[in-house]
Design a protein around this ligand. Structure first.
Ligand code: CTP
Length: 397
């Protein structure tokens, strides 16, 4: 089956010797039904002719951010909007570094910043360069932003070295692009995700909150959107970029998050409670700044409503997935939460380890349902999110 039928794929060709394979990548994408347009960088032009790419793609090759005529026909913003997916193949070390830094000084980097589409990169470079710490870290940063890497192959390279760094085969690249669109059971479903920490005011300047960054929740949002879900985010205090393709509702306190969730929950198919909701709020919020020479030495707290538990009690509840942030008795505490809140699964997070959990870029979790407990090994939060969504889809949809 052609699973790129009617899909519009933008191929970015950057400066690597493997650029000579890019006309073949265009062909393979077309074989799967895609319409392909090509952007070539200055480096890419050194290794492959624009005429070959134009002839095979049957479209003018885009190469210049400052081309007035091109801007009138299909400018960088139109190109960014046109694409259903952008694949950079080959992605040179320089292009990867520039994407990492959010540069916008040539057409390809600008389009990547301006697009809502999924972005894939297929690195290609000398094996020693690919093994370097800089490349590994840059790829990690991009992966955490939701960019998918198509790993290079192992073998003999143009320079004579043998190792990992050869561009993946054009057929494999086209297959992985097609996989992005493969039908998921979440496709067209409605997903509601709570993300980040809540802020509980003490007075006009002070508050109680927590270290949640929103990274895990935002990674889940990417994964749900990638799976084709109509995704709504209820966002508290976060320090990550917001997924542009989701509907977003901003809240501050746990009470506001509760009200926003209840207003939106009807007709949702999946609820993921990823937020670090404050369990307590100050009983009274002082209208004026509390003075240090005043009498107050103790802040009285009132318990907040448990949002996840309340959703699980609804008559027509969606599939409900909670998180358990634990520092001890990990499995026992998480299983108790699964049982007490009556949710469908709990993702156990060890927050005592600063390498994983709150605020870190990586995580290691256990997926706990009534039937089983499965460990998801340490990885970037984006990869963990994709694995969680795959399990949720497999078990509940
Ligand atoms: N949660 C919620 N509303 C709250 C508190 C927590 O919806 N008022 C949700 C969280 O989003 C998470 C799950 O409940 O999905 C567990 O949160 P966690 O902080 O691990 O545990 P608590 O239920 O708050 O219990 P405790 O703090 O005693 O561990």
């Amino acid at each position: 089956m052609n699973n790129l039928t009617n899909k519009r794929i933008l191929l970015g060709v950057s400066g690597s010797i493997a650029a000579y394979k890019s006309p073949d990548i265009v062909r393979r994408l077309q074989d799967l039904g895609a319409e392909v347009r090509v952007i070539i960088t200055t480096g890419g032009r050194e290794f492959v002719s624009e005429l070959s790419l134009q002839t095979i793609s049957k479209n003018k090759v885009h190469d210049n951010l400052w081309d007035k005529e091109a801007e009138l026909a299909m400018g960088h913003i139109e190109l960014a909007k046109w694409a259903d997916a952008v694949i950079i193949a080959p992605a040179s070390a320089n292009t990867i570094a520039r994407l990492c830094h959010g540069k916008a000084d040539d057409l390809l980097s600008t389009v990547i910043l301006a697009t809502n589409a999924s972005v894939l990169i297929a690195p290609s470079m000398n094996q020693q360069m690919f093994a370097s710490k800089a490349i590994k870290e840059n790829l990690k940063i991009l992966n955490n932003r939701g960019v998918v890497t198509i790993n290079p192959g192992f073998g003999e390279q143009a320079c004579g070295d043998v190792g990992e760094g050869r561009l993946a085969e054009p057929e494999e690249i086209a297959k992985q692009v097609a996989n992005m669109f493969s039908d998921s059971a979440l496709s067209g479903r409605k997903v509601l995700i709570t993300i980040g920490g809540t802020i509980e005011a003490i007075d006009p300047v002070r508050y109680i909150s927590n270290h949640s960054s929103g990274k895990m929740g935002m990674a889940l949002a990417h994964a749900c959107i990638q799976a084709g879900a109509e995704t709504t985010l209820i966002i508290g205090s976060i320090s990550v970029e917001i997924e542009k393709r989701a509907e977003v509702i901003y809240i501050t306190s746990a009470n506001e998050m509760f009200n926003a969730v209840m207003k939106k929950i009807e007709n949702q198919d999946l609820f993921i409670s990823c937020a670090a909701v404050a369990d307590f709020r100050p009983t009274k919020i002082s209208h004026n700044k509390i003075k240090k020479d005043g009498k107050l030495a103790v802040i009285e707290l009132t318990k907040n409503k448990d949002i996840l538990e309340s959703v699980c009690k609804l008559k027509n509840k969606p599939v409900c997935i909670g998180f358990a942030a634990e520092t001890e008795n990990f499995l026992a505490n998480a299983r108790a939460k699964l049982k007490n809140k009556k949710c469908d699964a709990i993702i156990l997070n060890d927050i005592s380890n600063s390498d994983i959990g709150l605020n870190s870029d990586e995580n290691e979790v256990h997926f706990i349902s009534q039937e089983k407990t499965e460990k998801i090994d340490k990885s970037s939060k984006q990869i963990i999110a994709e694995k969680i969504i795959k399990k949720v889809t497999k078990y509940f949809f």
